[in-house]
Design a protein around this ligand. Structure first.
Ligand code: KG4
Ligand code: ZN
Length: 323
């Protein structure tokens, strides 16, 4: 049995979790700062890092308390060290370093994107690579061909706005609170898919995405008398139509039928029902593990731990992902 503590502080959620064998969540604490940032319409990096500093200790303590294990049983400390807001990342990384050092256990730096994909290992105990992973979050709309645990190749990415970012921007146009995705989904429930928006699929062999044109089109029609709920429904539907078509294309090109969806947008129920229509095996994380959390970092870190891919105390944080 391997018990790892994981810390995630790459954006506006201060999170800690205890994960067993990369598959079982013993505790998962998420301290959201949404109430603080929503006053500004988005995350203010400096405010986020200051809040991480004041909350991280109690978040980690709670994760250990609620896991039912004692601190001496922790065999490694995993922490997100890229990509994300640099000040926020540094808080988690510094805390993880000192904890790993004082416990005398390995430190494991984890890529946040690996974490989102690994969230799928937590609810789906039988899931194993190879598969295609599609990350749909506030910062990414990326396709990866995942050969093995933690081994993957990027096969597509957004050329402009990430899908979650487009949801957040359209939400702003519709005067909905931050983060916009869940509010757009809710408003769309009352609307009709009735407005033509561009179905941007790019070149025939491209697995890239482009969402900024749809967002701009929404901006242009804002004062044309459409009902906000119809705009929300049409926007959401167009985005997910593109996602469905790209998934079909990716599976055909890579000759594989297993697709793992990850990231905050994966919690959208309309997306899930649209993808159910595809003749493919589509796997999602538990809704509570789609948005940022530390359990997913523990799940990804487990495979690095097993391969002894430890980090040392000189490990840095990076705003970008090298993959
Ligand atoms: O993965 P995540 O928590 O953070 C990043 O790593 O970016 O994703 C947050 C993004 C936000 O843009 C948010 O609006 C979007 O996911 N999101 C949703 C839904 N829930 C969260 N988008 C559409 N529908 C949802 N239900
Ligand atoms: Zn994320």
């Amino acid at each position: 049995m391997t018990v790892l503590l994981a810390i995630e502080s790459s954006c506006d959620e201060c999170c800690a979790a205890v994960v067993k064998d990369g598959r079982e969540v013993l505790s998962n604490i998420v301290n959201s700062q949404i109430d603080i940032h929503k006053n500004f319409g988005g995350v203010v990096p400096e405010v986020a890092s200051r809040n991480h500093i004041t909350t991280i200790e109690s978040v980690v303590d709670r994760a250990i308390d609620e896991s039912g294990i004692s601190i001496e049983e922790i065999e490694g400390v995993c922490v997100t060290n890229r990509p994300g807001l640099i000040g926020s990342l540094l808080v988690g990384v510094s805390y993880a370093k000192s904890l790993a050092y004082s416990l005398g256990v390995p430190l494991i730096g984890v890529n946040h994107l690996d974490g989102h994909v690994a969230a799928n290992y937590l609810g789906n105990r039988e899931l194993e690579p190879p598969f295609i992973a599609l990350i749909l979050s506030g910062g990414h709309s990326h396709f990866y061909y995942t050969r093995d645990y933690g081994e993957y190749e990027r096969i597509g990415a957004t050329r402009d706005d990430a899908i979650g970012e487009a949801f957040d921007k359209v939400a702003r146009l519709l005067k909905l609170p931050y983060p916009g995705g869940p509010h757009v989904e809710k408003l769309a429930e009352k609307g009709k898919v009735s407005i033509d928006l561009p179905l941007v699929l790019l070149e025939d062999d491209s697995l890239d995405f482009s969402f900024s044109g749809i967002k701009s089109k929404v901006m242009q029609i804002m004062d044309k008398g459409y009902r906000p709920e119809d705009i929300a429904a049409s926007f959401q539907n167009t985005c997910f139509e593109i996602v469905a078509k790209k998934i079909e294309r990716a599976c055909k090109m890579q000759n594989i039928k297993k697709v793992v969806i990850a990231g905050g947008v994966a919690s959208n129920k309309v997306l899930r029902s649209r993808l159910r229509e595809l003749p493919l095996e589509i796997i999602y994380p538990d809704i509570s593990l789609c948005t940022d959390n530390a359990a997913m970092i523990g799940a990804a870190g487990y495979h690095l731990f097993k391969k002894k891919k430890y980090s040392d105390l000189s490990m840095n944080a990076f705003s970008y992902s090298s993959d």
